[in-house]
Write a protein that binds this ligand. Structure first.
Ligand SMILES: Nc1ncnc2c1ncn2[C@@H]1O[C@H](COP(=O)(O)OP(=O)(O)O)[C@@H](O)[C@H]1O
Ligand code: SF4
Ligand SMILES: [Mg+2]
Length: 514
């Protein structure tokens, strides 16, 4: 799959997840991770135990509140979600713009003075400059993220007004869509009651009246939604027109990448995030502990459907849907009333998968989803995940410490070490041309026969350093056989060395480059 044909689903930038561990120290479980994930792809995430894979998966899903960074999600539009943070940002647009102008002026004044200063003064100035530049960039990025590039209009008042108008209408749309879901359930209920009455040969007049009434309400609601959408179209045209009339400031092109159509998951409120939960699902390693032992398979799978208003509790029709999902996941219908302890590990994993996929997600994090299973069962579950992915156009983040597992199912692979991404590349390419010494070591550690299969990667020499006090420079330098002086001092930056193949290392494995 070529990236340019693909639609971006998630854009994670500079994600940090620090866990406090007392005395002002932190475990830097994720220390500034940036990845793009495209619709329909499987992104394999590998690295030794403890390097931060699960933390990354959970942070993207906002099961942990991320410490820093952006997690843009493009599966829904900002009009659909109308998040509160958008409102706040629109509100402060004018103020931020003014602040930004002031900071830029201050920054330029500093720069003009710079040459006239003594070395010591330059040093002091340099600190302030860096700080100012960061603040100005943050302010600009905030604004640009929402409006899809920077407006350089002489007067920003109308810009702010139109965005506030858009926000107001978006809220109306969301409310109307919630209403529609409720009314749709009423219509379904009434239609079902009518069908039952007909089958039983009873008087259907009352049931028919109820259905007509619900249908009427639904029609009115749909009409309302259509009119709101028309108003949104008008506003979008106004915005496009306004954009044309603004001069686009040179030098800000990089900010265009953040388009207003994405939602920053990290900035959603709890209830806004709850509305997106069904889109973003997690499948765990240990199917046993993640399934409620007092609930039947049917209840486990149905729970989320009720929570997300797919059905009402006690709705007979939900059973049909649960059975359909179960069959899709290779579970026999008569398992419906059984409890988790009555199943094998592989079957329990199927239940976990069915529970997640019943919600029609768009993005699924599979965290060591097959690691606890026998090799033959692993293959079955992987095949199931592949089938479901194709049928439902899913996107996976497939986390595993076992490189041999990700090889076949991933389109791209990312290798993590101690909280950082050190190499990302298309799957074939990373196996044929590993460029990071750590990746090479992981590849060498793949056992050749099943008997030698180790449960965790322990083949590398030396202990994994503490994520509380990671080594300076390249974090891998304490274990790397290619380490030189520069590695102990300077953090290597990600760079594209082959097409779509990024690596962060001062001495990439040149012999594998071509
Ligand atoms: N809730 C938490 N509180 C404190 N430390 C945590 C927490 N979760 C994970 N960690 C630490 O973060 C690091 C990364 O853990 P994790 O993401 O589980 O790694 P992996 O999934 O790659 O094995 C580890 O050092 C782990 O001990
Ligand atoms: S930067 Fe240096 S220490 Fe780090 S992986 Fe590359 S060669 Fe090894
Ligand atoms: Mg883990």
């Amino acid at each position: 799959m070529e990236n340019k044909e693909k639609k971006l689903l998630l854009q994670i930038s500079n994600l940090k997840q620090y866990f406090p561990v007392g005395k002002g120290s932190f475990v830097k479980a994720n220390d500034g991770i940036s990845i793009d994930i495209y619709e329909g792809e499987t992104f394999g995430l590998v690295g030794e135990s403890g390097c931060g894979k699960s933390t990354l998966g959970r942070s993207i899903l906002q099961l942990y509140k991320q410490t820093d960074g952006r997690t843009m999600y493009f599966g829904r539009s900002i009009d659909e979600v109308a998040p509160r943070y958008a409102y706040d940002t629109f509100r402060s647009l004018t103020r931020r713009r003014k602040e930004l102008e002031e900071k830029k002026a201050k920054y330029e004044a500093f720069q003009a003075e710079y040459d006239k200063k003594t070395e010591q003064e330059q040093y002091a100035l340099h600190g302030e400059l860096t700080h100012l530049r960061k603040e100005a960039n943050d302010a600009m990025l905030d604004v640009a993220t929402l409006i899809g590039g920077l407006f350089a209009a002489p007067d920003l008042k109308p810009v702010e007004e139109i965005f506030l108008k858009e926000y107001g209408v978006s809220r109306e749309l969301r409310k109307a869509q919630d209403q529609r879901m409720d009314i749709q359930l009423d219509v379904d209920d009434a239609a079902y009651a009518l069908k039952k009455a007909e089958e039983a040969g009873k008087d259907t007049a009352a049931a028919r009246k109820k259905l007509d009434k619900a249908q009427e309400k639904l029609d009115a609601c749909l009409k309302n939604i259509a009119s709101i959408n028309e108003r949104i179209d008008v506003i979008h045209n106004e915005i496009a027109e306004m954009r044309k009339n603004c001069c686009s400031e040179p030098g800000y092109a990089e900010f265009e990448a953040y388009h207003s159509n994405g939602i920053d998951l990290a900035r959603l409120t709890y209830s806004e995030m709850r509305g997106l939960r069904s889109d973003l699902q997690l499948i765990f390693q240990d199917p046993y502990s993640s399934l409620n032992s007092r609930m039947t398979v049917g209840q486990i799978i149905g729970e989320g459907m009720i929570a997300h208003k797919f059905f009402r509790r006690n709705d007979d029709r939900m059973k049909d849907e649960i059975i359909r999902v179960m069959e899709e996941c290779g579970l026999a219908p008569y398992f419906l009333h059984r409890y988790p302890h009555q199943f094998s590990g592989g079957q329990r994993q199927r239940i976990g998968i069915a529970r997640s996929l019943a919600l029609n997600p768009k993005f699924v994090v599979c965290d060591e989803a097959v690691s606890a299973l026998d090799v033959s069962i692993q293959a079955q579950i992987i095949n199931l995940l592949q089938d479901l992915k194709e049928k439902q156009n899913l996107t996976y983040l497939f986390i595993t410490h076992d490189l041999s597992v990700v090889k076949y199912i991933s389109d791209r692979i990312g290798v993590m070490y101690l909280g950082n991404m050190v190499e990302t590349a298309p799957s074939d390419d990373i196996f044929a041309h590993p460029l990071h010494p750590y990746t090479e070591a992981l590849l060498n550690a793949i056992p050749t026969t099943d008997e030698n299969q180790s449960s965790e990667l322990e083949i590398l020499e030396g202990d994994i350093p503490s994520p509380v006090n990671p080594p300076k420079g390249c974090k891998f330098h304490t274990r790397c056989k290619y380490c030189t002086e520069v590695c102990t001092q300077v953090v290597p930056q990600m760079q594209e060395v082959r097409p779509n193949h990024f690596v962060a290392c001062h001495h990439i494995l040149e012999q594998n480059k071509d």
